[in-house]
Every structure is written in structure tokens, then in C-alpha cells.
Design a protein around this ligand. Structure first.
Ligand SMILES: NC(=O)c1ccc[n+]([C@@H]2O[C@H](COP(=O)([O-])OP(=O)(O)OC[C@H]3O[C@@H](n4cnc5c(N)ncnc54)[C@H](O)[C@@H]3O)[C@@H](O)[C@H]2O)c1
Length: 334
């Protein structure tokens, strides 16, 4: 039995988490879900969008599945996602982008995984005005050998474990010689320890172009925080968007699995939400906890279900809804 913290989240969060919980139960994965609050619901009930109790539960159980959270506008608190990453040192953001059957996209052959450094780079919050008139601003990026090495190593280890062939390190070391230059240098060193994995490096602007021309040349991408933020969304776009890509934030001890889309307030409570992205995140979670057979069984049923326009949700051009999709997927698992 696995103890896993469940944050249903806001907007469509409860609908898609209910769907995923139902699918995992139908696959007979033994999970003891531990409910916890975060986001707007937590803010309204406790005055805190990330209550200490939620942090303590994740600290204790190490694993969480999280629905999307609405960021209350004007309340002045920082992003809950950023806070979770910092609290649990979730340095590794993993975003697979895989062409799925039946999902409209421009390419039919994408299978790449982005490893984004999640704690440093341009996202350390070091920005300020240079002059009182606010005509100039500056932002500081920090890249350390320690943080670079652990994310690059995570990418190589993933490649080895998943029988992947190639790791591409993305940088801008021709201009940002110190920060991304250090990231590249560390990558070249770590790559020597993995002689069976092909290693190459590529400048980020060229990468963006190559990804939309011939995405099949990419296998594993590892990069710094800002580049990873942008390129992982680009990768999602290659396979049909944020509604069909999962995501994991991992540290050495804790891991939080979440969909990358938001709480979709425009369709919340209407049964229109597509649970695929959160389900794909949950499948990454099952692989992580060693439930690979059950993950594979659900994955196969998902692929079959996505082909049926009568059951998929409107965002994928179907006539179904969240419950119809969930029921069909469970039938396809049998
Ligand atoms: N990881 C997170 O928790 C996260 C990520 C992004 C945005 N947000 C928050 O979500 C709220 C809404 O943000 P937004 O509107 O910019 O982005 P959004 O991703 O919620 O919605 C963008 C569009 O995509 C649609 N959509 C998103 N997910 C869908 C799904 N699973 N099925 C069907 N359609 C889906 C929505 O209906 C909407 O039209 C904001 O409060 C924002 O801060 C949270």
C-alpha cells in the first residue's frame, strides 16, 4: 500500500483528480490517498494557500499528486508551486512529450523528455530597478556546479534506466559564458561517465528552431531553468498541448506529480475537463514507485480511449465528457 498525498486543487482540479483516482483504483493500484489542501480552497478555508499541515504531510509521506491551483489575485503571496519546489528541493522538473494516438498535432513521431533545472538560473527572484525613475532594471541568474551536476546526472540516469539513446544539453554559452557556460562544462564532464549514451550540446535558439522542424532528433533534453520552462512548453505544443502532457517535480527524497495546465476556471464544474495530463503525471508516479506493470496497463487503455471521438473531451475535438472518458478508459483496461 502506497501512502500518497492528494491535493485536488482548484477549478477543474477536483474533477480531474476524481477521474484519476477512479482509474488507478480500477487498475487495482493499492494507494492510501491522504487528502491535503492547497491553493484557493486552502486560502478560503485557512487564510493560507499552502497550510503548514499540507507541507507536513508531504514532508512525511514524500509523495504527492497535485491538481492545478488557482493563484488568488492580489493576495500578495508567492507562487505555491515555487514554494513547494523550494520547500522540498525539487530540483528536477521532468516533462515527457510523446505523440499520442488520436490527439491532433503537427508531428507523428515525437518522443522527447525535458529535464529542467528547477531551483536556480534566472528564477531566483533577484531582480531590481537600477534607478529611482525605473527606466532600467537588472536580473541576476545563478548557476552552480552542484545544481548543474545533479540535474544533468538525473537526465543521464533516466536515459540509462529507460533505454534512451541520447542526451542533448541546451545552453547559450556563446553569450552567457559564465552561467550556461558552467552548465555546459559540467555536462561535458558528467557525459564522460556515460559512454553508452550519445551526448551533444546545442544553443537554445537553434534548439527552438530544430524542435519545430525535426523534433525526432531529440531524445532527452537537459537545460537550465528559463530555457527549460520555455522549451518544455514548446515540446508540449508538438504533441497537442498542455492538456496531454504530464509532469514531475523531483528531489532526492520528495516528488510531486502534477498536470502543467492551470485550473481552467472557464470550464470548472461542467464535466468538460480532460483528465489526460493529470493521468499521465500519475502514470509517471506509478513508474516512480515501481508500479510499472499497472502504469503500462493504464497507458495502453489510455491510448485506445484517445482514439474514440465519442468519448474524448471537447478540447480534443470529441463529444465526451470527463466521466464518459473515465468510464471508457476503465472499460478499455479490462
Ligand atoms: N500548475 C498549476 O497549478 C497552474 C499552472 C498554470 C496556471 N495555473 C492557474 O490556473 C488559473 C487559470 O489559468 P489560465 O486560464 O491561464 O490557464 P489554464 O491552463 O487553466 O486554461 C487555459 C485554457 O485551457 C483550457 N484547459 C486547461 N486545462 C484543461 C483540461 N484539463 N481540459 C480541458 N481544457 C483545459 C482552459 O479551459 C482554458 O481555456 C490561474 O489562477 C493560474 O494561476 C495553475
Amino acid at each position: 500500500m502506497h501512502d500518497i498525498v492528494l491535493i485536488k486543487g482548484d477549478g477543474i482540479g477536483p474533477e480531474i483528480t476524481d477521474s484519476v483516482v477512479e482509474i488507478l483504483a480500477a487498475a487495482k493500484v493499492e494507494i492510501n490517498w491522504i487528502p491535503a489542501l492547497a491553493g484557493m480552497e486552502a486560502f478560503e478555508k485557512t487564510g493560507n494557500p499552502l497550510p503548514d499541515e499540507t507541507t507536513a504531510l508531504i514532508e512525511k509521506h514524500k509523495l504527492a499528486l497535485k491538481g492545478p491551483l488557482t493563484t488568488p489575485v492580489g493576495s500578495g503571496f508567492r507562487s505555491i508551486n515555487v514554494a513547494l519546489r523550494q520547500n522540498f528541493d525539487l530540483y528536477c522538473n521532468i516533462r515527457p512529450a510523446l505523440t499520442l494516438p488520436g490527439v491532433p498535432s503537427r508531428f507523428g513521431n515525437v518522443d522527447l523528455v525535458t529535464f529542467r533545472e528547477n531551483t536556480q538560473g534566472m528564477y531566483i527572484g533577484q531582480e531590481r530597478w537600477i534607478d529611482a525613475e525605473q527606466t532600467q532594471a537588472e536580473s541576476i541568474a545563478v548557476v552552480s556546479r552542484y545544481a548543474s551536476e545533479r540535474i544533468i546526472r538525473a537526465a543521464f540516469e533516466f536515459a540509462v534506466k529507460n533505454d534512451r539513446k541520447k542526451v542533448s544539453l541546451i545552453h547559450k554559452a556563446n553569450i552567457l559564458k559564465y552561467t550556461t557556460g558552467l552548465f555546459l562544462k559540467v555536462g561535458q564532464e558528467v557525459a564522460k561517465e556515460y559512454p553508452d549514451i550519445i551526448f551533444n550540446d546545442m544553443i537554445v535558439d537553434n534548439t527552438a528552431m530544430q524542435m519545430v522542424i525535426r523534433p525526432e532528433i531529440f531524445d532527452i533534453i537537459v537545460t537550465t531553468n528559463l530555457f527549460g520552462d520555455i522549451l518544455s512548453d514548446l515540446a508540449s505544443g508538438l504533441v497537442g498541448g498542455l492538456g496531454v502532457t504530464g509532469s514531475a517535480n523531483m528531489g532526492d527524497e520528495h516528488a510531486i506529480f502534477e498536470a502543467v495546465h492551470g485550473s481552467a476556471p472557464d470550464i470548472a464544474g461542467q464535466g468538460k475537463a480532460n483528465p489526460t495530463a493529470l493521468l499521465l503525471s500519475a502514470l509517471m508516479m506509478l513508474d516512480y514507485i515501481g508500479e510499472t506493470d499497472k502504469a503500462e496497463k493504464i497507458r495502453k487503455a489510455l491510448h485506445r480511449t484517445l482514439l474514440d471521438k465519442n468519448v474524448v473531451t471537447g478540447d480534443l475535438g470529441g463529444d465526451g465528457n470527463t466521466q464518459i472518458f473515465t468510464d471508457a478508459l476503465i472499460r478499455n483496461m479490462r
